[in-house]
Design a protein around this ligand. Structure first.
Ligand code: GLU
Length: 482
């Protein structure tokens, strides 16, 4: 048997971290067993589905490296298939038309509430006579199609994460609506549970891996598999992702979509790695860093937790910094350039490539997120340097103007090396009869406007290559003398 799994996102929002993590587990499981990973877009909710969300989902999955083998399939293009299944269920007496109005349903719930009962449909239109149906139609009522769920049914499955699961038919809310806006002859707009089951049967899905918020749906869906005469797949319900206070991670917690994480400066490898750890642990639990391909070698649902997975920003940041620190500058520079462009720094991405790579090598080892690089290099691009209070104070010390003057006199653009910079500092320390520390601190304040920042000599060399160091020293001298 070839393993076939699927991701079935609804394009009603950007790719959510929960859906992406479900995608990760599907992908890992399929790759581990040499199976197929299928992408199916559940876009039957025409009002809430949007193309831009579909694009966002595809881009997010691709960016993370979660490649799919078949699809994307779109439910909106498969309506006929669902209608056939619904018609078959109706013809077989397993589903029927229900003519209840919204008011009747509301009244039913209010009565149940008053009696202290859980809300459910009381199956009142299960056995209407043709005359009763005619009468409702004559009143202009539009039916829905409901699927019969027997109260005394017990539904049992062995969940790959949660073990044996047992549900009672009586806990499923009564006969379930599988299509809306039907008529006397048409079966109407299919709903989620029906469409999912028809597709999973048609696509020969062997394992349904999805979030635990779908557990009650699974019980209903198993009944639909049976009614449609199909084999029931295996199910794995993955734990929810929780925020720091133990609640389901939501929009209120700030970023929740993959494109947000991307924008914030997380790299795909780190985020994919982190999501793998949200609920799964490798056999060697001290191992925290791996590629998706490596995780796939070891992945199994035996090591997926039942308990919710707490989202840990520190861990994600740590992983991200590890990936950034190890990324070669030639590669990292391509990730940083868009952030620098967005910040409005002016440079020629091609012509200045070598210089930008050196700049990347300078700040790369200090990055936690890509966007940290924006502030770190701001002073390189400033046409007029902004001095911090400490930077200004440093420049206003007694010997500073003389020191900077002595250095400025000897600068020519593009000639500075680490060696010549060291020599120059040594020479000026001596000639001005000051401490080396004072020279270095003054140089930093003059060149960068601040008293801390990236490696001074390397920063100086980069400024010198663009012929910016001399003019900065001159401005600083003016400030020192002011
Ligand atoms: N469209 C559903 C969702 O996004 C899919 C659930 C399933 O995998 O069956 O939650």
């Amino acid at each position: 048997m070839t393993v076939r799994v699927r991701l079935a996102p609804s394009p009603t929002g950007n790719l959510h971290i929960g859906t992406a993590r479900t995608a990760v587990f599907n992908w890992l499981f399929a790759r581990h067993l040499g199976g197929q990973f299928i992408l199916r877009v559940e876009d039957t909710d025409l009002e809430r589905s949007r193309d831009e969300y579909t694009q966002n989902i595809f881009e997010g999955l691709t960016w993370l490296g979660l490649t799919w083998d078949e699809g994307p399939f779109f439910q909106s293009q498969r309506l006929e298939l669902y209608r056939e299944a619904i018609a078959k269920l109706v013809a077989g007496g397993k589903a029927y038309r229900c003519y209840c109005t919204t008011e009747e349903l509301d009244q039913m719930r209010a009565d149940q509430k008053a009696r202290g009962q859980a809300p459910r449909y009381d199956n009142r239109h299960r056995n209407l006579t043709p005359e009763q149906e005619q009468a409702f139609l004559a009143e202009g009522r539009q039916p829905v199609i409901r699927f019969r769920i027997e109260d005394d049914r017990e539904i049992v499955w062995d969940d790959m994460v949660r073990g044996r699961m047992t549900w009672k038919g009586s806990d499923l809310g009564g006969d379930m609506v599988i299509a809306r806006a039907a008529s006397a002859t048409e079966v109407g707009q299919p709903l989620y549970n029906l469409a999912v089951v028809v597709d999973d049967i048609d696509m020969r899905i062997t394992h349904v891996i999805r979030g635990e918020d779908h557990i009650a749906n699974t019980a209903k869906q198993i009944l639909l598999y049976e009614a449609l005469g199909a084999e029931v797949p295996l199910f794995a319900h993955t734990p929810l992702i929780l925020n720091q206070t133990g609640q389901k991670l939501s929009k209120r917690d700030g970023v929740t979509s993959i494109s947000d994480f991307k924008k914030m400066g997380y790299v795909a490898e780190a985020l994919a790695n982190y999501m793998t750890l949200l609920g799964w642990s490798p056999p060697d639990s001290t191992q925290e860093r791996f590629t998706l391909a490596n995780a796939a070698k070891e992945f199994s649902f035996e090591r997926v937790n039942k308990a919710g997975a707490k989202f840990d920003w520190d861990k994600l940041n740590w992983l991200n910094s590890q990936y950034l620190h190890e990324m070669p500058a030639e590669q990292l520079v391509d990730q940083l350039i868009p952030y620098w462009q967005e910040a409005g720094y002016s440079f020629d991405a091609e012509g200045d490539r070598a210089w930008l790579e050196s700049l990347t090598a300078l700040v790369g080892p200090s990055l936690v997120r890509l966007d940290d690089a924006v502030e770190m290099v701001r002073f390189f691009f400033a046409s007029e340097l902004a001095y911090s209070e400490e930077g200004k104070a440093q420049l206003q010390q007694a010997e500073v103007a003389g020191v900077l003057q002595a250095i400025a006199e000897q600068l020519t653009p593009g000639s500075l090396t680490a060696e010549s910079a060291g020599e120059l500092v040594k020479q000026v320390t001596k000639s001005q009869n000051v401490k080396k520390g004072l020279v270095m601190r003054s140089l930093r304040a003059a060149l960068t406007g601040d008293v801390h920042g990236p490696d001074l000599t390397q920063s100086w060399i980069l400024l010198n290559q663009h012929g910016q160091d001399k003019s900065r020293l001159e401005s600083a001298i003016a400030l020192a003398q002011a």
